[in-house]
Ligand binder design. Structure first.
Ligand SMILES: CC1=C(/C=C/C(C)=C/C=C/C(C)=C/C=O)C(C)(C)CCC1
Length: 264
């Protein structure tokens, strides 16, 4: 049941925000490649995703560790501001990752074991140990500092932490991804261009379908020798990892280019 919610949520609600990546690709690549930008875009996007999958196949624990580190940075980028930017990004980005690791050690050991074998569980120990020792004080400092000045951001982070503690890791991740992370990215994309949500969804459809087809292909490969549940969880997270690498690279390059244009 939880796995079905994860798959449906991530594929149906989460995918479209990555389905807009071609817009950032066009923005970044047109100055150098003109109308031919789709070629380098597709090559670089597929190449970066394939490199992540290859790394995961060769060294699963390194793949999982890199995925967690990149996601931590990616989640921290959204809606972080202010003088304490580094602390804020570290605190906010860690919520969907460290809070479940602390509150549900058994579940996380099991899922990380599915993702990366016995070394996966060792990675969970690092999350609960050194990573948590740094993250918990950063979160407390961030929540108290912003409680008065930016109450809505502080409340959002406190609520996400509470959800990650109360619900199972797969459910809390699905809620965070589908109700906070993906909608925020879509809303920001709409705010920049003034497009309606329907127009954005239509624009995101081709890449979203291509990505969903990749996930289906990955599942048919991974289901061989595993239960459907384990294969589905492995597919969702390895697929997200593969897409996160080009998605993060592109969104941060495009954001930097936009900032450069605003501050010539
Ligand atoms: C593997 C795994 C986790 C981490 C998931 C991550 C880190 C997802 C990142 C998604 C991204 C960055 C999407 C991009 O838009 C959890 C939820 C801690 C617990 C269950 C197993």
């Amino acid at each position: 049941m939880q796995v079905a919610v994860l798959v449906a949520g991530v594929v149906l609600v989460g995918t479209p925000h990555g389905g807009l990546d071609h817009r950032a690709g066009r923005e970044v690549l047109t100055p150098s490649f003109g109308a031919a930008w789709p070629l380098p875009f597709a090559g670089a996007y597929i190449g970066a995703a394939a490199a992540m999958v290859a790394l995961w196949c060769a060294l699963p624990v390194v793949g999982l560790a890199l995925f967690l580190a990149l996601s931590w940075a990616h989640f921290g980028e959204a809606n972080s501001h202010g003088a304490w930017l580094v602390v804020e990004r570290f605190a906010r980005g860690g919520i969907p990752i460290v809070a479940p690791a602390l509150a549900h050690p058994g579940d996380i050991d099991m899922i990380f074991g599915w993702m990366a074998g016995t070394d996966g569980a060792a990675l969970a120990t690092i999350l609960r140990g050194p990573a948590a020792w740094a993250w918990v004080p950063a979160l407390v400092a961030y929540l108290t500092r912003t409680a008065l000045t930016r109450a809505s951001a502080s409340l959002e982070s406190a609520a996400l932490t509470a959800v990650a503690v109360a619900l199972s890791p797969l459910l809390s991740f699905t809620l965070f991804f589908c109700l906070v992370h993906a909608p925020r990215a879509m809303i920001e994309a709409g705010r920049e261009t003034g497009e309606s949500p329907l127009h954005l969804l239509r624009n995101a459809a081709p890449l979203s379908f291509a990505a969903a087809a990749m996930a289906a292909a990955g599942y048919t490969l991974l289901v061989d020798g595993a239960t459907p549940e384990v294969a589905a969880v492995r597919t969702v997270f390895i697929w997200l990892a593969a897409l996160t690498v080009p998605h993060m690279l592109l969104t941060s390059i495009a954001a930097r280019a936009r900032q450069g244009r605003r501050r010539p």
